[in-house]
Design a protein around this ligand. Structure first.
Ligand SMILES: Nc1ncnc2c1ncn2[C@@H]1O[C@H](COP(=O)(O)OP(=O)(O)OP(=O)(O)O)[C@@H](O)[C@H]1O
Length: 223
């Protein structure tokens, strides 16, 4: 379980958010919504150990982020907003490259299967020939090489066609339901959020998202 205990983040004396507390249980998909600049990416970066909260603490299972950062990192898969893969490498070469950096090892067959699981079948093609949706799928596949328990995704389906969106959503659902992964992800697509998420974290001052979610009968964690 992930436990976030009363965290705040301040940049240059300006509070981005304050006193955020929530938990995520295995098998849950939690949406993270809010207006541009509300602090969604910042929160994901704190959960990914890439930044530290100004106050408060975060805990994954029995491990505190402050004391056990290295251990915590092993169990996190993070997909940033920007696609971070090698354009001139093939899908296969990218997967093999990132597998070498991962602490858990996977065979080439397993790496290929990881891609096939989300309908990415262009194994020997260079990344620059792939569509945006396929690149997003590859980015996601790379983040899962080490079998993380906590998966953090910053707008994983932005700018891609509906079919790829649905495939990624179905895959995330499967990961949560069958493998008990904890998934937190940001999106501005409220249909997708409504379909996928058990609960939704609403940050920022604008009540727009909160009203939409309330209307859809979603469980909201709002700050
Ligand atoms: N390293 C930083 N130093 C100072 N301010 C920052 C830093 N990173 C983000 N900010 C500020 O913090 C606020 C929250 O930014 P963040 O990127 O987390 O918002 P967001 O909700 O993800 O926005 P978007 O929907 O546009 O992606 C913004 O006002 C941003 O300018």
């Amino acid at each position: 379980m992930l436990n976030v205990d009363c965290i705040s983040k301040t940049y240059n004396k300006q509070a981005i958010f304050s006193n955020l507390s929530f938990s995520v249980h295995p098998g849950e998909i939690i949406g993270l919504v809010g207006e541009n600049g509300a602090g969604k990416s910042t929160l994901l970066q704190l959960l990914a150990t890439l930044q530290s909260p100004t106050t408060g603490g975060i805990q994954l299972y029995d491990w505190y982020y402050k004391q056990h950062r290295k251990l915590v990192r092993r169990h996190i898969g993070f997909v940033p907003q920007e696609i971070a893969i090698w354009d001139n490498f093939t899908v296969r070469e990218n997967m093999i490259f990132f597998e070498k950096l991962a602490w858990k090892k996977k065979s080439e067959k397993e790496l290929k299967q990881l891609c096939l699981d989300m309908n990415l079948d262009r194994w020997d093609e260079k990344v620059h020939t792939l569509s945006g949706g396929m690149k997003r799928k590859l980015n996601l596949a790379i983040s899962l090489i080490h079998d993380p328990d906590l998966i953090l995704l910053d707008e994983p389906t932005v700018g891609i066609d509906l079919k790829s969106k649905k495939e990624i959503a179905a895959y995330l659902k499967k990961l949560a339901q069958e493998k008990e992964k904890m998934i937190l992800y940001t999106s501005h697509d409220m249909d997708e959020i409504n379909e996928l998420c058990t609960r939704v974290i609403c940050i920022g001052k604008d009540p727009f998202y909160k009203n939409l979610l309330q209307h859809a009968g979603k469980k909201i964690i709002s700050f």
